[in-house]
Unconditional design. Structure first.
Length: 245
């Protein structure tokens, strides 16, 4: 079963600087991250409940281009090679990645890991279609233990109050694509998402595919607790809109 949008992969030149900007301009705490030692990338994470924003950069281009490395690194590097920052791809969470990957014909899921600054090894399993913002997202399952995905950590995230003044959740992701109808069919074939012109609904979140006009960036809609101020701004090749829940 699909559990919702797991995370957005946003390619940035400097994840640490981007984290500072994200907190200053959007009031989001960037509390996690680390290095993909065999993948050539490093990141900072901003958790919005169990969905998170991954600000990802490249520290070793040779590792990124290794055929055995994660396709996520190559997708991020392709964005940066285009002279920009922006959404490279994103993931949907599933509670049974073997069954989901088998249904979609993605092949055998691949284990991955990242070393946290405190030394803990965070583990996950992913299954990949061909990546890109015009393609269906990849799938991920997180090992449900430790400081990021254990029960205690998830409960703390659910109640976490960001610097903006309350909890924040990802409500919707709008992606400009070349052919929304064809992309919608590809999503349904890969993941059984269904959906239509009003978007794809996954566990209370919405994915909307709109026709690309050459200028409009992807849009991330956030919902915050009452008492916070609405905001709309562009950062890292993404339009961010925060409203009250």
């Amino acid at each position: 079963m699909l559990l919702g949008i797991d995370h957005l992969v946003i390619a940035v030149r400097d994840p640490d600087a981007a984290a500072t900007t994200l907190e200053a301009d959007l009031g989001l705490a960037v509390t996690g991250g680390g290095r993909h030692e065999t993948g050539g990338t490093f990141n900072r994470l901003a958790f919005l409940g169990d969905t998170y924003l991954e600000l990802i950069g490249v520290f070793d281009r040779g590792q990124v281009e290794d055929p055995d490395a994660s396709p996520v690194g190559r997708a991020a590097a392709a964005v940066l090679d285009d002279g920009r920052e922006g959404l490279a791809t994103y993931a949907l969470a599933t509670d049974d990645i073997d069954a989901a990957a088998s249904r979609s014909g993605m092949g055998r899921p691949v284990p991955g890991s990242r070393r946290r600054p405190d030394g803990e090894l965070v583990r996950w399993v992913t299954a990949f279609p061909e990546l890109g913002v015009d393609r269906p997202p990849f799938l991920i399952w997180h090992e449900p233990v430790g400081a990021e995905w254990g029960a205690e950590a998830r409960a703390a995230r659910a109640a976490f109050r960001h610097p903006v003044g309350g909890r924040v959740r990802l409500a919707a992701l709008t992606i400009p694509v070349g052919d929304p109808e064809a992309t919608l069919r590809a999503y349904d074939t890969a993941h059984g998402t269904g959906g239509g012109p009003d978007g794809i609904k996954v566990a209370g979140q919405r994915i909307v595919l709109v026709r690309r006009d050459g200028r409009e960036p992807p849009t991330v809609d956030l919902v915050a607790d009452p008492g916070t101020e609405p905001v709309e701004l562009d950062r890292f090749g993404v339009r961010w809109r925060r409203r009250l829940g």
